[in-house]
Design a protein. Sequence first.
Length: 159
Amino acid sequence: MKQSSKYLIGLAFGLALLGIFLFLKYQPSPPDQTQIAAQLEAARAAGEQRDVGAVMKIISEKYRDSSVPGPIQLRFLLNKVVKADGTAQITQSIPVIALDGDMATSTSHLRIITAPEGRVVYDHDVTMHWQREDGTKLWVVPTKVWRVVSAEYGGFGFE
């Protein structure tokens, strides 16, 4: 293959990557409420699969609440719940989402039932406070994402 052909192929490949990057960067995002609702559903489904790492994807590094001083302690708590109760069925009511600029609040009812014994380990309303933060789309394209910075929730029923 000629050297000039290699340069043209490289140039075409570079332009294609640039085009994909620009397409992803300027592609319109879904409405904020849809983004938050999708994050909540992804976290609920991850909880059923006992995937604490996937649940933690919606949690900000700035996370704090009245019972948990940070995301590391929240991960510990979630791991304790998952290990204590094995498989679970998690249901969540349709969230009520209120937006205020780069902040949002979602409120829904969360119920966790262990399987196969059917013991209710959690049955409370959960209010999450969200903040728009810097993130990436497809691990490359800079974008804004919604993450939970604090929450109000009831206690877990594990012993």
